[in-house]
Design a protein around this ligand. Sequence first.
Ligand code: LIP
Length: 281
Amino acid sequence: MDHTQTPVPDAALTRELVALAETLARAAGRLVHDGRPERVAVAATKSSPIDVVTAMDLASEALLRSMLAEHRPDDGILGEEEGYVPGTSGLTWVLDPIDGTVNYLYGIPAYAVSVAVVAGEPDPERWTAVAGCVFSVADGRTYTAGRGTGAYLDGRELHINAAPDLATSLLGTGFGYVTQRRRAQARIVAEVLPQVRDIRRIGSAALDLCTLASGGLDLYYERGLNPWDLAAGALVAQEAGAVVTGLDGRRASADMTVAGPAATVGQLVAELERLGAGSDE
Ligand code: LIP
């Protein structure tokens, strides 16, 4: 399909898509919440022995896909567990059935179902994010956002914190699953930590970005995010007033995602570029 000709939905369709994203995320969230056994087993691993998949990751994505087949049969789907199925409408749903899988595995209450729909090529550097919902499973908080229609937590409009300077910013970040990248990320965070108020490692990029949107963090950066990790959370953060970007003038992508108020994002981007944070060397 030629994604360059995809029209971006108008406000009315955007609101409809936000409502559907919320319906899907909450339905899968109920499944994840109600179906969590006392002891969660690892069903499979992916990029490394610590990159785990549970049966509930698979069940959650299967439910999301079945609901989309009913409600939006012509749209494409890009999901963490089952990959990409192109559609014919120019819209693609980007699904993370459980973001924060390790937290889910250990019973740490910081994991979410992330559902977004984008127009154009399903690539974070090229897509136009249209609507999204991040459902925080453990506490039931529902973050929603539509392109140009604002960001909300349980219906309350969200705005990021005013920009403190870097030294008083509470900074969220995360780490990958592959040893070489983790070693490089440890080097970067060791340089950044003395320059900020403190670091928080929540373990879910979607919740990091939504926490930023609601003022619980001042800044966030992470290298290695998959499209499904950032699709909905980045839209929530942007609609709450955050800049979401990559390094070297690029858009946010797997190479790097930085989010927060424009002034301190500029300072953090400059420091991450100086430290070579866009590579695993
Ligand atoms: C997680 C991300 C998180 C990152 C973790 C992991 P998953 O996604 O949301 O930001 O630090 O390493 O990639 O694997 O739980 O869907």
